[in-house]
Design a protein around this ligand. Structure first.
Ligand SMILES: [Cu+2]
Length: 149
């Protein structure tokens, strides 16, 4: 994880004070004391398909979002927020270490019927990815897009 985070900081470019407050290419961990827009995301499995509902979230640049997640499935799921490139790399790591668990500011793993949240501030415009990186889940449809304008 440390490696992925430092990659993100490099992508943020020179001059980004990023490293110190955890800022990466897709923003930074939110401040729970500041207001946040609530976005509910449900994790589900149905007929062999896995999904996040919704699978597309639009955000204004600078906006702080509180993602409140609920796992409505029968299996563990996680939500990992990152650049698409990072999540694809990370998915390969997960295939080698399927038991890798995430509880980072940008990721949360939930057991069935559990809820959790991620507070994140999207400081940069762009298209970012959120996926469940448990092997097979992203491939089964468990991925979505965050569009920051
Ligand atoms: Cu999953």
């Amino acid at each position: 994880m440390a490696l992925l985070l430092s990659t993100g900081a490099v992508l943020a470019g020179p001059g980004a004070a990023g490293h110190h407050d955890g800022e990466v290419a897709y923003g930074k961990p939110g401040d729970p004391k500041k207001p946040a827009r609530l976005v509910q995301v449900t994790m589900s499995e149905k007929d062999g398909k896995m999904a996040f509902i919704p699978d597309r979230i639009e955000v204004r640049r600078g906006e702080q979002i509180k993602l409140t997640m609920r796992n409505n499935g029968e299996l563990d799921h996680e939500l990992v927020l990152a650049t698409l490139e990072e999540n694809l790399k990370h998915a390969i790591e997960m295939q080698k270490n399927p038991d890798m668990e995430h509880d980072d500011p940008n990721a949360k793993r939930l057991m069935p019927k559990k809820t959790g949240e991620i507070v994140w501030q999207f400081t940069k415009a762009g298209e970012f990815d959120f996926s469940c990186l448990i092997p097979g889940h992203r491939e089964a449809g468990m991925t979505g897009k965050i569009i920051v304008k």
